[in-house]
Design a binder for this molecule. Structure first.
Ligand code: UD1
Ligand code: CA
Length: 453
């Protein structure tokens, strides 16, 4: 059987005034990814590669967000907002190319899941012409009610037009639909704006299709799937649901989390089985954690790769380009940026490693700092295998420390240190026998003189 071709129309022409933002509504982030890109991700997950994106004026950024997920995007501008059916018809040229299935989704419902889209398409494959995605909200007030008869959907009744009996129906319109491609345009073209708001409602397609003898059905999807974002409050609520889903998936995939509700993931965080995440960890985008790694509490990561059985934190900060090899250790109050930390290397306390390569089994003492920036350019620090960097040393880049070398505590290293060498970069200590006694006597006398004044 050849797979059915599918076009997804994403409606994203809404202005989103209630967000009170200069940014288009669908570009606000959930887990570090724009709302509309979450929609595209679900669509991509359902195996759909063709997207018709309906935008308002200046939809360039919206287009870019969708293209970051799916490359085959046709953009259609809906210059006037005359309703959801009018918006779908803005994509007429794309729909007319001929597809087996047409999915219509909203750009502001980021929690739509691939499974819901699959379920709707399966109904089309079974012979339905129109599939409406319904849900059962805790409180149905405000939603269109789905009127069914013998397993067929005969109408969507908006709340204001519903009878008392119809208002008791808990099965509501989620807004998303699937249409048989062959008949979609003919049905959509019959929709009029003959209603109180003078809008072209996509929901009217249900009665039009029924009158035409077509098969119209509703499927039930979980309420989360159709949550639309209109305000920052709803944005935060959707973020919370997304995080809850991700934590659950992560734990079911074999990751231990003691207090999952305190760990915040990004949309692309990868954590392998048998990693352990302690409480209060925040992931920015681009982080992967290999099996057996232990991440201690209060750590913050972004653009970082953590190898197998590595041990990180508590209070570690990994910035973009941090690449920790297997069994390495990065401890408390350590910041790593654009640096490789070799197998089994230890950077345990109070250190900044930036623009550096730390060799395997090297040991970086407390308070050591790579001085990577001269105010104009960034420079590289290379630290070989088995190197010991004494506490509170400054490594002034560009500089390299050869394998097995040893840097004395408190050194300021400005010149390369060859392999196996011992480097001191500090003033030699002087000891004056008995001088502490004299010093105390002098200071005590000074204090007494001051009091007498
Ligand atoms: C829609 C449904 C309603 C359902 C609800 C679920 C219709 C007529 N109504 O109402 O039955 O219960 O979703 O949330 O479909 N858009 C455009 N251009 C337009 C109009 C809308 O691009 O001209 C986009 C919006 O940006 C939004 C989506 O379509 O992403 C839905 O429009 P919206 O006005 O929010 O519809 P609802 O009133 O929520
Ligand atoms: Ca809405």
């Amino acid at each position: 059987m050849t797979p059915r071709s599918c076009l997804t129309v994403i409606l994203a022409a809404g202005e989103g005034t209630r967000m009170k933002s200069s940014l288009p509504k669908v570009l606000h982030n959930i887990a570090g990814l724009p709302i509309v890109a979450h929609v595209a991700k679900a669509v991509h997950g359902a195996g759909v590669r063709d997207i018709a994106l309906v935008v308002g004026k200046g939809g360039d950024q919206v287009e870019a967000a969708v293209r970051s997920i799916v490359s085959n995007v046709n953009v259609h501008e809906q210059t006037e907002r005359l309703g959801t059916a009018h918006a779908v018809l803005a994509a007429r040229d794309s729909i007319a190319r001929g597809y087996d299935d047409i999915l219509v989704v909203f750009g502001d419902t980021p929690l739509i899941e691939t499974a819901a889209l699959d379920q709707a398409r399966a109904k089309l494959a079974d012979g339905a012409d129109v599939v409406v995605m319904g849900f059962r909200p805790a409180v149905p007030n405000g939603y269109g009610r789905l009127i069914e008869q013998d397993g067929r959907l005969i109408a969507i009744r908006e709340e204001k037009d519903a009878s008392e009996a119809e208002k008791k129906i808990g099965f509501c319109n989620g807004g998303l639909m699937a249409l048989r491609g062959q008949s979609a345009l003919a049905l959509l073209d019959k929709i009029t704006n003959d209603n109180a708001n003078s809008e072209f409602y996509l929901t009217d397609v249900v009665e039009i299709a029924n009158a035409d003898g077509k098969s119209v059905v509703a499927i039930e999807i979980s309420p989360d799937n159709v949550i639309g974002i209109n305000t920052r409050v709803e944005l935060a609520e959707a973020e919370a649901i997304w995080q809850t889903r991700k934590r659950r998936d992560t734990m079911l995939a074999g990751v231990t989390m003691q207090a999952p509700e305190t760990v915040f993931f990004a949309h692309d965080t990868l954590v392998e089985a048998d990693a352990i995440l302690e409480p209060n960890i925040i992931f920015g985008p681009g982080v992967s954690i290999a099996s057996g790694a232990v991440i201690h509490a209060f750590s913050y990561f972004e653009g970082a790769k953590i190898g197998a059985n590595a041990n990180v934190g508590p209070f570690a900060r990994l910035r973009p380009g941090a690449d920790l090899a297997a069994k390495s250790k990065v401890g408390n109050f350590v910041e790593v940026k654009n640096a490789k930390v070799g197998v089994g290397a230890k950077v345990n306390h109070l250190t900044y490693i930036g623009d550096a390569i730390v060799g395997p089994a090297a040991n970086i003492g407390a308070g050591a700092i790579t001085c990577n920036y001269d105010g104009y350019n960034k420079h590289l620090t290379e630290i070989g295998a088995n190197v010991f960097i004494g506490s509170n040393s400054s490594l002034v880049a560009p500089v390299s420390i050869g394998d097995n070398a040893y840097v004395a505590s408190g050194s300021v290293i400005t010149a390369n240190v060859p392999a196996d060498a011992l480097a001191f970069g500090r003033a030699r200590q002087e000891v004056k026998e008995g001088r502490a006694v004299q010093l105390r006597a002098r200071y005590a006398a000074q204090k007494l003189a001051k009091k007498a004044d």
